[in-house]
Design a protein around this ligand. Sequence first.
Ligand code: SF4
Ligand code: SF4
Length: 289
Amino acid sequence: MSELNPPSSPLLPLKLTGQDTFRFRCHKEISCFNQCCKMIDVTLAPYDIIRLKRRLEMTSNEFLSLYTYPFEMDGHGMPGVKLKPLEETTVCPFVTEEGCGVYEDRPTACRYYALGLMAMRLQDSPTDENLYFKVKEDHCLGHQENQEQTIDEYRKEQGVEEYDQVNRGWQQIILKKRSAGPAIGRPSPRSYQLYFMACYNVDSFRDFVFSPGFLDSYDLKNENVDELKKDDVAMQLFAFRFLKQVLYAEMSIPLKPEAEAKRLKRLEELKRLNPYDNDLGSDEPSLVD
Ligand code: SF4
Ligand code: SF4
């Protein structure tokens, strides 16, 4: 089973778009049925966690501790989470004799397989775009089946569009970090803690948003507060906006006037203590400074 953004082989190094066709079919009668789910390497996206924790009727915190393990997505320690195999095996905890036991809520990477997804922003382009790669693993016989489809048709059939839509903000945050290049150094542990909670632990992030500290600083008058309280997807989308604001200064959630005054005062103090640091633009956590 491939990762969401797999780093190397068995990726075929040919970039494909949604209109390109590929030959592949997976079905219950195929002799390799379930092989891929017995040797997993599945990177989880934020919406995967929401779907699975809801299906399993647990909090995101419980899901993270029972079914995932953390890993570093890049050389600077950008946090990611993967699906944890059954103890001392490579077997997915959800596989059954009949196939995937969480099929309707299976993760993005499982839906895309045998394709890999790579979000990228081409040089001088104002928007990011998705490119696809074929993933050919020796055990997977689906490539020998006689079914050809476009990648867009396959994405539709696999129900992946909804997943990509919700996860888009996450991809944008990762792309922005990557496009800042390797020279910027390792971001602070505080930035990564915030990133981890906002991207992967929606229930804890909700508690954070409705804590006195947050409500003293941020003005939620433009938000649908009831929806944020009840709807995980709404809260996840808000979390991406919040991250973009504190990490990249893309302002979309107003600060309360007194909090803004305090923030400016803290900045002045920082500048007084670091008079030769011309880059002091923010005292918030950041992935790129
Ligand atoms: S979640 Fe389902 S499809 Fe994905 S690896 Fe596990 S059993 Fe296979
Ligand atoms: S065809 Fe590939 S994806 Fe389908 S069950 Fe076999 S190994 Fe898994």
